[in-house]
Design a protein around this ligand. Structure first.
Ligand code: SF4
Length: 302
């Protein structure tokens, strides 16, 4: 078979070894103030691919490589393609290659609309992990950032996923409350995580891309007008410290698994929380020049 499969725009770092299948193009929401990533990467519009196109790509990908242990469906919200296309693609993939894990990105609002019965069908079709942008547990922050979800929606969806046996991997965005709301942002986020006990919490740092460029992060406008004051580097480390102080010893793997993070602690909250907290505090106890040099050295990237 000839031709090339359509590539994804982005994938989670943890899916670097996965077979990557494009179900939808771009993001169907595209309104989060802090994001703008798909337009910036040349995919401003959202569209759904047909099941025939997706299966053709799966044939190309599985024909080219003899063995993958895991697979990932993108772009931002492949469940927006609808149950028929998503489950059809999942079943087809699993027939072509018996992967151990099939994951995708998913918006909480889409999962909320689908409801528990459809979520069970997703599990039956072979979806066993989903990466969602929790971002913050604070409704005030979520509203301002136009995320289109609330803490209550996250909690309900998390319960449905757990009941269906689908692992939940949540992204939390340091700095999302800016300097004014950071404590409320972190406190509410810890409260929500303690309530839902996801399989994974993955920490990211807010970085506003494209400061002076057309297509830069939409939040620049609020930064320029002074409505949003960016968190400083040390502030994001203090956010990690407070988060770890407030989180309970959960069966949740906590990971700062992105190069943007100023502090890269990881571990199981049940066993490693105190150790991670000690590591963060040891860093904060370093001389100011040393901490500053570290912040300068860590680059910013998407
Ligand atoms: S954060 Fe996710 S849902 Fe929001 S605009 Fe970006 S890709 Fe879309």
């Amino acid at each position: 078979m000839t031709g090339r499969p359509e590539p994804l725009v982005i994938r989670p770092p943890s899916e670097w070894r996965s077979l990557l299948v494009r179900i939808t193009r771009g993001c169907n929401w595209n309104r989060c103030r802090f994001c703008g990533i798909y337009p910036a990467m040349g995919q401003p519009d959202f569209s759904c691919r047909s099941l025939a196109e997706i299966c053709r790509d799966i044939d190309l990908l599985t024909g080219r490589h003899s063995r993958f242990e895991t697979a990932f469906f993108g772009d931002a919200d492949p469940l927006a393609a609808g149950m028929e296309i998503f489950t059809g693609a999942a079943r087809y993939l699993r027939r072509r290659m018996p992967v151990q894990r099939l994951t995708c990105y998913g918006r909480i609002s889409t999962l909320y609309r689908l409801g528990p019965a459809n979520i069970r069908l997703l599990a039956e079709a072979g979806l066993n992990r989903i990466h969602v942008g929790l971002e913050s547990g604070s409704d005030e922050v979520l509203r301002f950032q136009r995320k289109g979800q609330s803490a209550e929606m996250v909690a309900r969806v998390a319960g449905w996923l757990k009941a269906a046996g689908i692992e939940l991997s949540c992204y939390v965005l340091l700095g999302l409350g800016g300097r004014d709301l950071w404590q409320r942002h972190v406190t509410a986020t810890a409260r929500l995580i303690n309530r839902i006990e996801p399989g994974f919490v993955r920490i990211r740092r807010l970085w506003l891309h494209g400061r002076n460029e057309e297509g830069g992060c939409p939040l620049w406008r609020e930064v320029r007008t002074g409505i949003f004051v960016e968190q400083d580097p040390e502030g994001t480390v203090r956010e990690v410290e407070l988060l770890l102080e407030l989180l309970e010893p959960l069966e949740t793997f906590f990971a700062c698994d992105h190069a943007n993070n100023y502090i890269r602690v990881s571990g199981l909250l049940r066993e490693d929380r105190q150790e991670m907290l000690a590591e963060v505090r040891a860093f904060l106890a370093l001389p100011p020049e040393q901490r500053q040099a570290h912040y300068t050295m860590v680059g910013s990237r998407i």
